[in-house]
Design a protein around this ligand. Structure first.
Ligand code: 5GP
Length: 391
């Protein structure tokens, strides 16, 4: 297990009709260190300025066919009379190491990846369609770009309208509302990245959802206050459920004030019927987030125990579960915890962290709660994923 990441990477597969702004977006994402870009193989000759190994790996027809024969592609397709293919091994290796991978691919390639049998690919896939606002806007952009004749533009628009029908097949759709940038700006990728960051709709923003935040007894429990505050600011309904130990580190009153909802600590809280019961919370939750999660709650979840409200909610809910562990590094690395984490992951539970650093117990090592803003972002991502639309 890698010491830094305890999750697999996300496989972002991006398709768009030409002129929708995909290149701008992909170039901007490549400028960040957050994605590994999957370099495709192709049999088409390099264009001026294209670099072998960076833009594509340029192969002869014979080498390409040999790689197909050897099963080296995740998918391959013939586009405009040339072969294009995505090498499988680098994608798998990066996902296993917890790195997010970005694949820029046509709609046929995206369809093959969706149908791929590999369980890692299936669970990692986040396919994204970039949708231009409408065909008139696309025509305007293509005309402004000036790289195609009017006949070629009309041909591209026919293809684009066919491809635009396919957006529902994708898990996410980004509506690209920005206009093309002038060519001087297009050359300046830094400026382009800045522009893209500000105006494109790449933010993961789900509509208001119900989140149950489980807090367990770690010194990092105080960070749940900041997390609660961020999630409420994002517009979500938040219900906090605390383990008994957690109340020694932070008071329920603090979390009640921040969440603006009653905090559940024991089954006896349910005697006051103005509070939602644990089954009601399990049913209402769009996501169960446990942060910080101790080795103990992870073991309880792995074994299906339900001796207190948080464990019972985890057992009863059918919402996705996200766990942000925090504990001593030796506890995290112990085979019992490793087994429990693997067991939960195989049931679809997601983990974020822990990270390396100075731990409260005086040890330097892995076990610290992951950064609060990243936990909030991951929460947002999982909620948005349920909605099929990021825009
Ligand atoms: P171009 O030759 O203009 O770079 O790309 C032509 C088309 O091939 C684009 O639609 C691009 O998304 C697609 N493409 C690039 N790499 C791959 C790949 O690995 N597999 C598939 N199926 N399509 C690809």
């Amino acid at each position: 297990m890698s010491s830094k990441f305890s999750r697999y990477g996300i496989l972002f597969v991006i398709s768009a009709p030409s002129g929708a702004g995909k290149t701008t977006l992909v170039d901007a994402l490549r400028e960040t260190a957050e994605f590994v870009y999957s370099v495709s193989c192709t049999t088409r000759p390099p264009r001026t300025g294209e670099i072998d190994g960076e833009d594509y790996r340029f192969l002869s027809e014979q080498d390409f066919l040999a790689q197909i024969g050897a099963g080296e592609f995740l998918e391959h397709a013939k586009v405009h009379d040339h072969h294009y293919g995505t090498p499988l091994q680098p994608v798998l290796a990066n996902l296993k190491d917890g790195r997010d991978v970005l694949i820029d691919i046509d709609t046929q390639g995206a369809a093959s990846i969706r149908n791929c049998d590999d369980p890692l690919i299936r669970s990692a896939l986040a396919d994204v369609f970039i949708m231009p606002p409408d065909l008139d806007e696309l025509r305007r952009r293509l005309t402004k770009r000036g790289t195609e004749t009017p006949e070629q533009i009309e041909l591209r628009l026919v293809t684009a309208s066919r491809e635009m029908q396919l957006w529902r097949k994708y898990r996410y759709t980004i509506i690209s509302r920005t206009v093309d940038y002038p060519s001087s700006m297009r050359k300046n990728s830094k400026l382009r990245a800045e522009k893209t960051g500000g105006r494109k709709v790449v933010r993961l923003r789900s509509s208001a959802k119900t989140i149950v935040l489980g807090v367990t007894g770690s010194i990092a429990a105080y960070k749940s206050a900041e997390l609660a505050s961020v999630l409420v600011k994002q517009g979500h309904q938040l219900f906090v459920v605390m383990s008994d130990d957690a109340t020694q580190f932070i008071t329920p009153l603090t979390l009640q004030t921040l969440s603006k909802n009653p905090v559940m600590t024991t089954f006896f809280d349910e005697k006051e019927n103005w509070r939602p019961g644990h089954i009601e919370l399990a049913d209402r939750a769009n996501l169960l987030l446990i942060a910080p999660a101790t080795a103990h709650i992870i073991a309880e979840l792995a074994h299906g125990l339900a001796h207190h409200p948080l464990a019972a909610i985890a057992l009863a809910t059918r919402a996705p579960i996200l766990i942000a562990p925090a504990m001593n590094g030796k506890m995290w690395m112990h085979p019992a915890t490793v087994d429990n984490v693997e067991k939960l992951k195989s049931r679809g539970v997601e983990f974020i962290g822990p990270e390396e650093g100075m731990l409260a117990c005086g040890y330097e090592g892995i076990g610290r709660l992951w950064k609060v803003e990243d936990i909030a972002f991951r929460t947002e991502f999982l909620l948005a994923r349920q909605e099929n639309l990021i825009a």
